[in-house]
Design a binder for this molecule. Structure first.
Ligand code: 13P
Length: 249
């Protein structure tokens, strides 16, 4: 099967102030001196996107948001629209992260609606799926992620650039990871669910793995069949750690 270029994305979550732009600058300089063998994306908090876009200057590091509203504008205090992310300099957006699903009650239908909004604004969505520990222990991991793919991925992604991210909830920020065999099994299931939904248009979108990806485990995880990259939380906050992961591709 044709494989697209790997994508390594850093999700800063609710971390990062102006002083942390130095990490993005260090990353940019390192990748200008020695280009990455993959796409590199940083997803800082919305408050930093515009400043980071100026700093990075459309070079080796692309920018993404961490969420967007499904509407284009209106009375939604505190929310950010997809068009605002594009306007600030983002080209991608993470959608349906488990911290949004669990903490903000986002359903598959909400994630699909946000994905439509992101596409309409010209953003490349990174749609997240993943099971809880309870679901894994009940043997439901594959059923859960397959259902999330079917419900969260709108048909309109067909023919557009997009990515999926498999992030087992119990592996996020815990230092725990599934075995390489478990990662492969779920990624194959995500691919099948994507093809079931989109036909051949589901063949090539990268499926990222996320959840406690570190310099020490990145090479092994990135070598697993159907792992098209990584979505990195904690280890993306420091340029040196993130670079070690990027160099593991
Ligand atoms: P950690 O890499 O900190 O486990 O976070 C993963 C994640 O949630 C990325 O979106």
């Amino acid at each position: 099967m044709k494989q697209s270029v790997k994508l390594i994305a850093g999700n800063w979550k609710m971390n990062g102030l102006g002083r942390d732009l130095a990490e993005a600058e260090a990353l940019k300089l390192a990748l200008e001196a020695d280009p990455a063998a993959c796409r590199v994306v940083l997803c800082p908090p919305a408050t930093l996107i515009e400043r980071m876009a100026r700093l990075l200057g459309g070079g080796a590091v692309e920018l993404g948001g961490q969420d967007c509203h499904a509407s284009t504008a209106g009375a939604f205090t505190g929310s950010v629209s997809a068009g605002m992310l594009t306007d600030a300099g983002a080209r991608l957006v993470i959608l349906g992260h488990s911290e949004r699903r669990a903490g903000f009650g986002e359903s598959d239908a909400d994630v699909a609606a946000k994905t439509e909004a992101a596409l309409a604004a010209g953003l490349e969505p990174i749609i997240c799926v993943g099971e809880t520990l309870e679901q894994r222990e009940a043997g439901e991991a594959i059923a859960v992620v397959s259902r999330q793919v079917a419900g969260s991925v709108p048909m309109s992604v067909a023919g557009r650039p997009f990515a999926l991210a498999y992030e087992p909830v119990w592996a996020i920020g815990t230092g725990l990871t599934p075995t390489l065999e478990e990662i492969e099994a779920v990624h194959r299931a995500v691919r099948l669910a994507l093809q079931g939904r989109l036909g051949a248009a589901g063949d090539v979108a990268p499926i990222l793995y996320g959840g406690s990806v570190k310099p020490a485990n990145a090479a092994d995880i990135l070598a697993v069949p159907e792992v098209g990259g990584a979505l990195v939380g904690g280890a993306s906050l420091k340029a040196n750690d993130f670079l070690d992961i990027i160099r593991a591709v």
